[in-house]
Design a protein around this ligand. Structure first.
Ligand code: UDP
Length: 496
């Protein structure tokens, strides 16, 4: 019923622009690309969504939804050469890798999709208008050049972190600093930003990835347009600086998660939820509005078992209702044992523990939720922003420490739990750095009755309202999606 739909209806297939979306097969990268596919299709573009058999079966809920609602999205399943590159058969997603060392094989197997993807695209009518590629798929640059079309890059970061990362890569900041604990300066960053080397995106890199990293950076420097899952009203200053410093055009088209409006679709995001959604909703409905803390650390973070126990004890001490998503159960039987030995029973009146995949957006946007304890992955962060809830920040790795600074220092919608070390992806954390007291303190700061906490909650609410406005008809991101489709169509017409 939107103007986008009307635009879509008024275009016939031959006039359609054809966007090719190539996500990295990792939940934090694929999920926003599925949202992007949805938004582009709703605004009139034809979309080819590149995936592989295992990933397609994991996102079956989304594929069904797209078919039911008549979205012009073609799901293209390419054979993923896992075995050919030394991975177990069917290992087609970053969250299925058994160790950090396999990441190189995974990236090489991804790069081998170049020829089959090129072959597929050569047969398509209308021929592709542009490629929106995950930044890590450097090899899509060759395909874009073959077709003479733009390759827009998407890295899943916000504007604030994209700018920090660009400066790091462009100025070689990590190579010039020896000590992991040394503070990095970000020349040109528009507001003060202090991070140690260890907390910068790109540090703690995986061995053997040097060449791939070089290819990624080179291709990224070449791309003229960047898609960012954010909205102008949230971080205009950083988007503007990014455009000035990089000379690239930024398209802010988010928060893309807002394309999910009904509970069924929200629950089907990424994986099938490991909890019954109706039961989860009943539990939430039974809680007072604005009373529950939601605790979830994304799809990849690996928190030490002792740290999980300490976190649980902190939640218990807070005496607040909570939903806690635990992914470690399979890997750490001791956590499961501890839960079963009494903890779960003890908190059963006010604690819901979800083992495995949670319907995160459905939970976050429920009125019972008062706060979100998050690892600060950008998708989670922006989902929290849309929910209008303040956050407790618990970054683990990658650009999560940068996002923490945005939430705590710039938006002022969150409090730090006070993480000490960095827990790299695929490397288990060894020690407890966040005590139960720190957890309890952070929860009470968030729920506090005082003026500062009240202001933080108000600010969070206001950003939630602005987020929704950005994607409504006439909003900044809504308009940008239309402009993006127009602009790509014009460039295609101009070139051929
Ligand atoms: N997610 C979810 N259920 C879970 C864990 C994660 O739906 O149990 C979704 C979450 O809503 C977000 C994405 O997975 O959209 C995780 O992305 P993020 O950037 O927050 O973190 P990452 O997993 O990449 O570290």
């Amino acid at each position: 019923a939107s103007a986008g739909q009307a635009l879509s209806d008024s275009l016939n297939t031959s006039e359609r622009t054809h966007f090719v979306l190539v996500p990295l097969m990792a939940q934090g990268h694929t999920i926003p690309m599925t949202d992007m596919a949805c938004l582009l299709a709703k605004h009139g573009a034809q979309v080819s969504f590149i995936t592989t058999p295992v990933n397609a079966s994991r996102m079956a809920g989304f594929i069904d939804h797209a078919a039911e609602t008549g979205l012009t999205i073609q799901f293209v399943e390419l054979h993923f050469p896992a075995v050919e590159f030394g991975l177990p058969d069917g290992c087609e997603n970053a969250d299925m890798l058994q160790s950090r060392d396999q990441f190189k094989n995974f990236m090489e197997a991804c790069a081998a999709l170049r020829d089959p993807l090129g072959a597929y695209l050569r047969q398509q009518r209308p021929s592709p208008t542009c490629i929106i590629s995950d930044v890590t798929h450097w090899w899509t640059g060759d395909i874009a050049r073959e077709f003479g079309i733009p390759r827009l890059s998407f890295n899943g970061f916000c504007g604030f972190a994209s700018l920090a990362r660009y400066i790091i890569v462009h100025d070689n900041l990590l190579e010039t600093v020896e000590n992991e604990n040394e503070i990095i300066n970000f020349p040109g960053f528009p507001t003060p930003l202090e991070l140690t080397k260890a907390r910068c995106p790109g540090s703690g890199s995986v061995n053997g990835l040097e060449q791939i990293r070089k290819n990624i950076n080179e291709e990224e420097m070449r791309s003229t347009d960047v898609i960012i899952n954010t909205f102008q009203e949230l971080e205009a200053l950083y988007i503007e600086s990014f455009e000035q410093i990089t000379g690239k055009k930024v398209w802010t088209v988010g928060p893309m998660c807002l394309c999910n409006q009904d509970n069924n679709k929200m629950a089907a995001r990424g994986n099938k939820a490991s909890v019954d959604e109706a039961q989860c909703l009943r539990w939430l409905d039974s809680m007072k509005p604005g009373s529950v803390i939601f605790v979830s650390f994304g799809s990849l973070a690996c928190t030490a078992p002792q740290q999980l126990v300490e976190l649980g004890l902190g939640l218990e001490a807070s005496k607040k209702p909570f939903i806690w998503v635990i992914k470690a159960g399979d890997k750490f039987p001791e956590v499961e044992e501890w839960l079963a030995k009494g903890f779960e029973e003890q908190v059963k009146d006010r604690g819901l523990i979800i083992r495995g995949w949670a319907p995160q957006v459905m939970i976050l946007w429920h009125k019972a939720i008062a706060g979100f304890m998050t690892h600060c992955g950008w998708n989670s962060t922006i989902e929290g922003i849309c929910a209008g809830t303040p956050m407790i920040t618990w970054p683990h790795f990658a650009e999560q420490f940068v996002n923490e600074r945005l939430v705590v220092d710039v938006l002022k919608t969150g409090v730090e739990v006070g993480v000490k070390g960095v827990t790299q992806w695929g490397q288990e954390q060894k020690e407890v750095t966040v005590t139960r007291d720190a957890v309890e303190t952070a929860v009470s700061k968030l729920m506090d009755k005082g003026e500062a906490a009240e202001e933080m909650r108000m600010r969070a609410k206001e950003f939630g309202v602005k987020a929704r406005r950005a994607l409504e008809e006439g909003g900044s991101s809504f308009n940008n999606i239309n402009l993006l489709i127009q602009e790509m169509g014009n460039r295609a017409n101009a070139s051929g």
